[in-house]
Design a protein around this ligand. Sequence first.
Ligand SMILES: NC(=O)C1=CN([C@@H]2O[C@H](COP(=O)(O)OP(=O)(O)OC[C@H]3O[C@@H](n4cnc5c(N)ncnc54)[C@H](O)[C@@H]3O)[C@@H](O)[C@H]2O)[C@@H](O)CC1
Ligand SMILES: Nc1ncnc2c1ncn2[C@@H]1O[C@H](COP(=O)(O)OP(=O)(O)O)[C@@H](O)[C@H]1O
Length: 504
Amino acid sequence: MLVSPQQMLDAEADWMNAHGNAGTLMEKAGLGISRAIAGHFPPHLRRGTLVLALGPGNNAGDACVAARPFAAAGWTIRWIAACPERPLSDLTQKNLAALGECAKKLNSAHEPDPDWPRPLVVVDGLLGIGARPPLRGPVAAATQWINHWRTVHNAFTVSIDLPTGLDGTTGEADTHCIVADLTATVCQPKTGLVTDNASPYVGRLEVIPLPELQPAGDTTHQVTTRQMLAAWLPRPAHDQHKSTAGRVLVVAGSPGMTGAAALTAHAALRSGAGLVTIITHPSSIDQVAARCAPEIMVQPFPSDDHIDWKSFDAVALGPGLGANSDTLACNILRQCPLPVVVDADALNALSRLSVAERSPLLDQPAGPRILTPHPGEFRRLANDLTGTRAERARAFTERHPGSVLLLKGQRTLTGSQDGPLLANPTGHAGMATAGMGDTLTGICAAFAARGLAPAISAAAAAWIHGRAAEIASFLGPRHTAVDSLTASDVIDHIGSALDDLRTL
Ligand SMILES: NC(=O)C1=CN([C@@H]2O[C@H](COP(=O)(O)OP(=O)(O)OC[C@H]3O[C@@H](n4cnc5c(N)ncnc54)[C@H](O)[C@@H]3O)[C@@H](O)[C@H]2O)[C@@H](O)CC1
Ligand SMILES: Nc1ncnc2c1ncn2[C@@H]1O[C@H](COP(=O)(O)OP(=O)(O)O)[C@@H](O)[C@H]1O
């Protein structure tokens, strides 16, 4: 559910009227924020430096609570009062004191101390949901040094509830709005966080559960959470075998794009599929097979276009298929009774059909369909739709009620006729690289083959895909800069993302 800042403030006021003490809520929220930071930097694994930028409100208290497990694990803790003319709130002072001697005050924040251990994490506890841009005075100065540290000193920035300078309702941002690598939003995500305006500022989004508060809000638009996913993704049954674990058919690859077929198939294999078979252009078979692990079967397109659907549970259709396979792609879409994840050149084939030919394939398909366009492919499929990404996604699923839409991008959206619009919170900008969509298609097809409903397969795949990218970049044994991530790195960490999800 999305809530406006006002709805959240109302829920907080109700709780305060009934219980009169914000301390217990701060304790829970702060420890949840701490766990979210630990999802990138487990405090016992790498001992770095945590800098707390404290404002006059209770976000600053949350930041101090969040720092406690890091202090206990031996991190260097520094804090700075961003508005020296205003006192820190009573709860902030109490939780700052609880950090003990290891939390030292900074009088200015021109540059980070070169002797501080890395990683360097800065927590933006400046302003909360009660504030709105424009930024003024010392807070505006604080957001500028935090953004400078991020750009020049590779600081990882964590915002509590919303990046300071972002309007929680509209997502409009002040010029000096914090660019948050992680936004830990308490209780429910605020409407502004998932708007198109907010995408340069919000980064990874983590919703910190706080069931004590019960705000009203918009249930038709949600952020996918770990709690939802854990209920959706079953562990394998003791008595399953490879033919019941999910059989994926990958229809992909062509001369020059054999890697797309291999990436899709490997992602499906790592996402729990029991059997993975690629069918590809006869001229590419040897190259595709050479790229694949021995577990993956590789066969040529059948000469008569006949595929025995009983041998499979789901299909991944389109990655690297090239522009000469429109007939094959459209025939599969006409005939296949199984869930089909429709990507890349299969989407382009659909775009090239007339509306009269395309509509029945999307509105009354022969089986479940999950369409996974990136924004370029989406424009080709529905170039008449206008409005925000969310509005266009909704309009598309209303127009084509028989298909699930997985609209990729920085905040990937899953839309379906009868479910809420789901915004994906995981992932980072290092995912903007070749083959990443092919990987997502493989994960999604494996989940559909394992029996998950189409919309759930799509939303779960987007979450796992993004989380695998985070683990590869921040936690994996060979973690490196975000911008050196490859699609193959993501595939290598799908298993860690599944594990991570199950160790809530
Ligand atoms: N190793 C391989 O074999 C690879 C094969 N690939 C295949 O190459 C084929 C062509 O796919 P491409 O997606 O590269 O080409 P497309 O022509 O479908 O898409 C590129 C166009 O879409 C726009 N676009 C893409 N992402 C966008 C975004 N986030 N926002 C706005 N616009 C965006 C670009 O500006 C560009 O105009 C597909 O079959 C694909 O599966 C690619 O996945 C790359 C790797
Ligand atoms: N800036 C970003 N932040 C988070 N995820 C991103 C970002 N850019 C791209 N992605 C993700 O990476 C994938 C790219 O898919 P796509 O463009 O189809 O790649 P390809 O066609 O090369 O396989 C999508 O899942 C998308 O959501």
